[in-house]
Design a protein around this ligand. Structure first.
Ligand code: RIB
Ligand code: CA
Length: 312
């Protein structure tokens, strides 16, 4: 059984990914959920992670509080304008029964990885502040994890936080840069690839809600702010559940249609391109590759797996 740590800045798309992972009981076991600030404040991200575990209704992994702000940036840049002030489409749900564990997320990552060298996979769905802090404390985690899956970077499209930067990298560019230079066995699923063909259409929604499953209904409801944002900004009814794309690629790697190794670098100068994730796809810089980048995901297979996990 594959053993997984989910690192998340629990907004509405993270929630779909967490619920799907917890319900993929035949494929993976979620050993821990480590929470980082990002889409909303750390406290709300922790609350939303606990709620996602309750809604999944399978088993309840330990949830750990992590970084409440980026490593270097003076203030937290959030995406409440996308996911709602509570991160869950203004549902403002009551506090979950379960609490987070007492330890810090960075220590939980270190303890789990170093207790089982070569066994743990980590997927990061948010800014890389927790993983970077864990690495700074214990650099050996880089050579002791089995695989690192990162949702981040713009790829070859416009950014979603700024024209140059994707949100997860933009919130903590220094953390992303530390991870790039640390030697993790990392595969990056970038914004452009995660958005390609995958947005949920009105026809998909009908399919997802066809059997009126409570989990599917919850997932749809918690994206209310996300859907309103996409409708206002882009004038269409479809909406992207970005974190669920990398989660399906992790659980079902056959849906990835290609990947390549490249030298990648993050822009850390505080100008217009701060947080830009540069991919030297054509090896123009003649520098050693430090990342694997996913080039395409089978969107139909992604949706088929995701919808099954949310409605069985
Ligand atoms: O850029 C998209 C990413 O930023 C997603 O993980 C979303 O949840 C936010 O964290
Ligand atoms: Ca996220």
């Amino acid at each position: 059984m594959r053993r997984l740590i989910i690192d998340t800045d629990t907004g509405s798309d993270d929630v779909w990914a967490i619920i799907a992972a917890l319900r993929a009981v035949e494929n993976i076991h979620v050993e821990a959920i480590t929470v980082v600030c990002g889409n909303v404040s750390l406290d709300l991200c922790v609350k939303n992670a606990l709620i996602a575990c309750e809604v999944a209704n399978t088993y309840f992994p330990p949830v750990y509080r992590g970084m409440a702000r980026p490593l270097v940036r003076e203030k937290l840049f959030t995406a409440d304008y996308v996911h709602g002030s509570d991160g869950l489409g203004e549902m403002h749900l009551p506090d979950p029964a379960r609490q987070a564990e007492s330890g810090h997320a960075a220590d939980a990552i270190i303890d789990l990885v170093m207790s089982a060298p070569g066994e743990l996979e980590i997927v990061t769905l948010g800014p890389l502040s927790n993983l970077a802090m864990a690495y700074l404390k214990e650099p050996r985690i880089a050579e002791n994890i089995k695989k690192l899956w990162i949702m981040g970077g713009t790829g070859f499209d416009q950014g979603n936080a700024t024209p140059a930067a994707e949100f997860n990298v933009y919130v903590d560019p220094e953390a992303a840069s530390i991870i790039l230079g640390a030697g993790f066995p990392a595969i990056w699923v970038t914004w452009d690839v995660a958005c390609s063909g995958t947005p949920i259409t009105p026809e998909d929604v009908k399919l997802l809600l066809a059997n009126d499953h409570p989990i599917a209904r919850f997932c749809y409801r918690c994206t209310q702010s996300l859907r309103e944002y996409d409708r206002k900004k882009f004038g269409h009814e479809e909406f992207g559940i970005i974190d669920s794309v990398i989660m399906m690629a992790l659980i079902y790697p056959e849906i990835m249609r290609g990947a390549y190794d490249a030298y990648c670098e993050i822009e850390l100068n505080r100008g217009i391109a701060y947080g830009y994730f540069s991919i030297d796809k054509h090896k123009q810089l003649h520098k050693p590759c430090n990342a694997t980048v996913c080039s395409q995901v089978d969107a139909a297979a992604y949706k088929q797996h995701l919808f099954h996990l949310l409605t069985y």
